[in-house]
Design a protein around this ligand. Structure first.
Ligand SMILES: [Zn+2]
Length: 200
């Protein structure tokens, strides 16, 4: 049974999730502040880092964590977006330390670093946005928020795709949702109450 801890880090108040397994920690979206993340891991090694997408406010500490031994996983599309200069950091007057993922992942992956992590392709906020399902929890990045959804007006964003991705998440069984920003929520609650995307 995995335990989830959340840190809120960086100028965009990004949710950084630590997944505690028996002898290791996975991190989803290490926004920034390597030291705070390592401290929160409480002495357990951070072995794997999963990125929901390539925006700088979700991967600022990825390079440092990789240097310290963690493996980085993300979509190839979003890594290309960063490489091709659509690095949102530049538009926000900041800088993202470059890194090369250890493995590109996408739809159909069901295991990462020996643990059960189901990967769904949920484009629309960015072309390579991923959602991760671990046990009964959905890590939805900037696709689905508490009573809101992600922006689709940034490079590689697409409103139609975003709507389809949110509806796809609605179609999953009941689960707790852990978004990239703001409070967590229940999928059943969003299905009924989210004002931006209505369930079919
Ligand atoms: Zn984003």
């Amino acid at each position: 049974m995995m335990k989830i801890e959340k840190l809120v880090l960086g100028s965009m108040n990004t949710n950084v999730y630590l997944l505690f397994y028996e002898k290791e920690v996975f991190v989803i979206d290490p926004a920034c502040n390597y030291d705070a993340i390592v401290k929160a891991a409480g002495g357990l090694p951070i072995t794997n880092v999963l990125l929901t997408h390539g925006h700088f406010d979700h991967c600022g500490a990825a390079a440092e964590l990789q240097k310290a031994g963690a493996k980085i996983y993300m979509s190839r599309l979003d890594h290309e977006m960063i490489k091709n200069g659509y690095d949102l950091a530049r538009f926000c007057g900041t800088f993202l330390t470059p890194f090369t993922p250890d493995e590109f992942i996408g739809e159909g992956v069901s295991e990462i670093g020996g643990q059960a992590v189901k990967v769904l392709s949920t484009p629309g906020h960015t072309a390579g946005s991923l959602s991760f399902i671990v046990e009964n929890n959905i890590f939805s990045g900037d696709v689905l928020f508490y009573l809101s959804v992600g922006r689709s007006d940034l490079p590689t964003g697409d409103k139609r795709q975003l709507t389809a991705s949110v509806k796809r998440l609605y179609g999953l069984g009941d689960a707790q949702v852990f978004p990239g920003h703001g409070r967590s929520t229940e999928l059943s609650f969003e299905r009924k109450n989210n004002p931006y995307v209505k369930a079919d």
